[in-house]
Design a protein around this ligand. Structure first.
Ligand SMILES: Cc1cc2nc3c(=O)[nH]c(=O)nc-3n(C[C@H](O)[C@H](O)[C@H](O)COP(=O)(O)O)c2cc1C
Ligand SMILES: [Mn+2]
Length: 478
């Protein structure tokens, strides 16, 4: 597995998946426009070697295609990670005593999951006093409230359990040593902040920028709060993540990161206005109040590279990260809802806005039960539209799904509208974070669901006729 971001960049370059741009460019909107064009054309990762007067090159669009995302996690297919997670859960749940070989394999793997502490770390080769103005931080879109660090791995520690968390929350720059701390309501960093608020004082925060790709991905993954993302990174990498203690607080950070920004959030301090910011929904989210991150120290590699991303109208880089989570966590979802066969969120619906689910329907109202179960889940509760289809329909086959939705429903019987929490990024609801969500049951309806007429079959040709036509196809002159 890649040890660092620069290791991965080497492979990208060998695979002709990285383009260097050597002319000087501006971090103020110009990089966004270039990257947006390349990203929409499913083009390569981009390394801008000269950005303004910054000494650091800027890497963007790293995860910008399915192919690069697979390469970043060293898999041919994300379903193989899903299978790996599933087999781990199966072993964990197994009541039988494992045979010796399996047992050794399992223990060996477990030993390789937990982070390994080191004393000397590349990320601390250079130690500097805080000065964000040296970094090529982007102003992404015209109406953004400022420049933002868009790929930060924000590391915090639960003061009660001592478990660390690593989540990706953007940091809008206020000045050379303070930024916003944009953890949304319901996010783990924010939950920990709430605990510190009760205690008062300073909450330590360290931020890693530019890690090996599995670690970066782990910070975006929808994990339960009790799981440290660094452990998940070890699971994905099949070897431990090396970590080192920050210089000015007690948090452990990825040793091979490009940059570490250390500091704290003063929980007694007033919140500060953050935003607006152009989001992955393709709309601006408005200003809101968030805590302030005070920087005490910046450490970095000697030849550090600054990675970042832009979000905006899909498809963009973040779509591939989001898709990865959906594939990787499908077994966990199925553990809770075994009736689920497959799931798909079309890129146009971003992640929260549309989810299509195929189910093995086994009792009246089953589709509606699945909708409510999804609205009950922490990471999926914001889903604005849930479409349920029968098990023989692939949620990825959007044309067939549309055919079922357009033709299979009786609006009054099959459309469910509920009221509840919405994502902070939603711009369409009347109120911020609160509004309505819709479920559409596009499954075949049963007499026990009130459809007592005969449900006509899908029009299908008989198999023997299909075979006959296959065999005679050339004879027809095609
Ligand atoms: C590029 C990118 C930017 C993100 N920005 C934010 C953000 O500013 N605030 C936020 O709460 N979540 C953001 N997220 C989503 C979180 O990283 C994601 O929900 C993650 O699971 C949070 O970790 P946690 O569960 O440990 O809180 C972003 C994700 C990506 C891929
Ligand atoms: Mn977490």
């Amino acid at each position: 597995m890649y040890k660092s971001l620069q290791d991965f960049m080497k492979v990208l370059e060998e695979e002709k998946q990285l383009k260097r741009i050597s002319v000087k460019v501006s971090s103020d909107l110009e990089i966004t426009e270039i990257t947006d064009r390349v990203s929409k054309a499913y083009g390569p990762a981009l390394l801008f070697e000269k950005v303004d007067n910054s000494p650091y090159p800027l890497l963007i669009n790293t995860f910008g295609t399915n192919e690069r995302l697979n390469l970043s996690l060293k898999v041919d297919d994300l379903d193989s990670i899903a299978k790996d997670i599933k087999s781990f859960i199966d072993i964990y749940n197994s009541q039988e005593i494992l045979n010796e070989i399996e047992n050794t394999k399992y223990t060996k793997r477990l030993n390789n999951i937990f982070p390994k502490k080191v004393d000397n770390a590349p990320c601390q080769e250079v130690i500097e006093s805080p000065d964000l103005s040296k970094l090529p931080i982007l102003k992404c879109w015209p109406e953004d409230g400022g420049r933002s660090i868009t790929l930060p791995l924000v590391i915090t520690k639960d003061p009660e359990t001592g478990v660390q968390n690593m989540g990706m929350y953007r940091l809008q720059v206020y000045d050379h040593k303070t930024t916003g701390m944009h953890w949304h309501l319901h996010k783990d960093g924010r939950e920990t902040y709430k605990k510190y608020r009760k205690m008062g004082g300073k909450m330590p925060v360290s931020v890693a920028i530019g890690t090996d790709p599995a670690t970066t991905y782990a910070a975006t993954a929808p994990l339960p709060k009790t799981i440290d993302e660094m452990v998940f990174s070890g699971f994905l990498r099949k070897r431990p993540l090396e970590i080192v203690k920050s210089k000015t607080n007690d948090l452990y950070v990825p040793a091979n990161a490009e940059f570490i920004i250390e500091g704290y959030v003063d929980v007694n301090e007033e919140l500060r206005e953050e935003g607006p910011f152009a989001n992955h929904t393709g709309y601006y989210s408005s200003k809101d109040a968030y805590p302030v991150f005070h920087i005490t120290c910046i450490t970095h590699k000697k030849n550090a590279v600054y990675p970042t991303t832009i979000v905006g109208k899909p498809p963009m880089e973040n779509c591939y990260l989001g898709k990865a989570s959906q594939r990787i966590f499908l077994p966990l979802l199925k553990l809770q809802l075994p009736e689920i066969v497959d799931i798909n969120s079309p890129i146009e619906g971003i992640f929260n806005n549309c989810v299509i689910v195929s189910i093995k329907k086994s009792y009246p109202g089953h589709a509606k039960k699945v909708m409510h179960a999804i609205w009950d889940m922490r990471q999926m509760m914001y889903t604005k539209m849930i479409i349920i289809v029968d098990e023989n329909i692939s949620p990825k086959d959007l044309s067939t799904v549309a055919w079922k939705v357009f033709n299979n429903i009786d609006a009054k019987r099959d459309v469910v509208i509920v009221e509840g929490p919405l994502d902070a990024l939603d711009h369409a609801s009347n109120m911020n974070r609160y509004g309505h969500k819709m479920g559409i049951d596009a499954t075949k309806k049963w007499p026990t669901e009130g459809h007592t007429r005969k449900w006509s079959n899908d029009v299908e040709m008989k198999d023997d006729i299909k075979t006959l036509v296959n065999e005679r196809w050339k004879a027809y002159g095609f």
